[in-house]
Design a protein. Structure first.
Length: 257
C-alpha cells in the first residue's frame, strides 16, 4: 500500500503531496522512501513552481514512527528521515505545508523545512520528543532560525504543544484559516496570485538565495546532531527507557543517566 499521494494541478505547475497511511500519517521508513523518491522525480521536472504538503483526514502527521526510534533502528531511521531535508533544500522549489489537526514531531519538522506554513484553527503544533527522552535534530536547527533562540528553546526543551494563536504570535505560521475547506481554498487562491505567474526557474533561484544561510546551517549542523543522537543519546538509559515505555504504554522510569 502506497502511503503518499501525488497530484499535479494547474497544468502541472503545482505538485500536491498528501501523507496518507490511513491512521495519523506517521512518517515511517516506507513513507520516507516514497517521499525521497518523489523528490528525486520532482528535481527532474523544470515546470514545477511549488510543492504543497498536507495530511489526509483530520491530521497533518503524528510524527515519525516511535517504533523506529529504538536503539537498533535509530541510525537507519535518521538517515532516511534527514535525507528528506537535504532533498528539499537541494530542490530549491518553493514548498508550503497545509496544516490541520495534529502536527507533531517529525511531522512538524517536515512543515518547518517548508518555505510557507498555512494552517486552520484545528491545528496543534508540537515537538514532544523530550517527553520520550530524546530530541528532534531538524527542529533543533530550524526553530531557532525561524522564530529565534528564546522561543525555540522553550518549544524544544518543554515539549509543549501549541495552538494556532500561539504559533502565529511566535511567527511560525504565515496564514490561518477557519477550517480545512477554507485552508484548501485560501491556499490555492494564494498560490494562483503569488506563485503561478512567476518563472519556475527564477523561483528556484529565489529560494536558493533566500535560504543561503538556512541551508548552510541546516546541512552542517544536522550531520552533527545525527551523530550526537546515535552515538551519545541512544547510549543512555533514559533515551531507551523513554522510547520503550511509550511502546509499552507505561510511565517511564528515569534514572537520569
Amino acid at each position: 500500500m502506497q502511503k503518499i499521494e501525488l497530484n499535479y494541478k494547474h497544468d502541472g505547475q503545482l505538485a500536491e503531496v498528501i501523507l496518507n497511511d490511513g491512521r495519523g500519517n506517521v512518517l515511517d521508513h516506507v513513507m520516507m522512501q516514497e517521499l525521497n523518491s518523489i523528490f528525486n522525480d520532482l528535481d527532474k521536472n523544470p515546470d514545477i513552481k511549488i510543492i504543497t504538503f498536507e495530511g489526509a483526514g483530520k491530521h497533518f502527521s503524528f510524527g515519525a514512527s516511535v517504533e523506529e526510534h529504538t536503539r537498533e533502528k535509530a541510525a537507519e531511521m535518521l538517515k532516511g528521515f534527514h535525507q528528506m531535508f537535504y532533498a528539499i533544500t537541494d530542490l530549491s522549489i518553493p514548498t508550503l505545508a497545509k496544516i490541520s489537526g495534529q502536527c507533531l514531531g517529525g511531522g512538524l519538522e517536515l512543515a518547518l523545512v517548508c518555505n510557507f506554513m498555512f494552517a486552520d484553527q484545528s491545528a496543534k503544533l508540537g515537538q514532544p520528543e523530550i517527553i520520550l527522552g530524546v530530541f528532534p535534530p531538524p527542529a533543533s536547527v530550524l526553530l531557532p532560525l525561524k522564530i529565534g533562540v528564546a522561543r525555540a528553546e522553550e518549544f524544544l526543551i518543554t515539549g509543549q504543544t501549541i495552538d494556532v494563536e500561539t504559533a502565529t504570535k511566535m511567527g511560525l505560521l504565515n496564514y490561518v484559516f477557519e477550517n480545512k475547506e477554507q485552508l484548501n481554498a485560501g491556499t490555492d487562491d494564494w498560490i494562483q496570485k503569488n506563485i503561478l505567474p512567476k518563472s519556475a526557474s527564477s523561483l528556484r533561484y529565489s529560494v536558493r538565495s533566500a535560504r543561503i544561510v538556512l541551508n548552510r546551517v541546516l546541512k552542517k549542523n544536522l550531520k552533527k546532531l545525527e551523530k550526537i543522537y546515535i552515538n551519545e543519546l541512544m547510549e543512555t538509559h533514559d533515551a531507551n527507557e523513554g522510547i520503550n515505555s511509550f511502546l509499552e504504554k507505561r510511565k517511564p522510569d528515569w534514572t537520569n543517566s
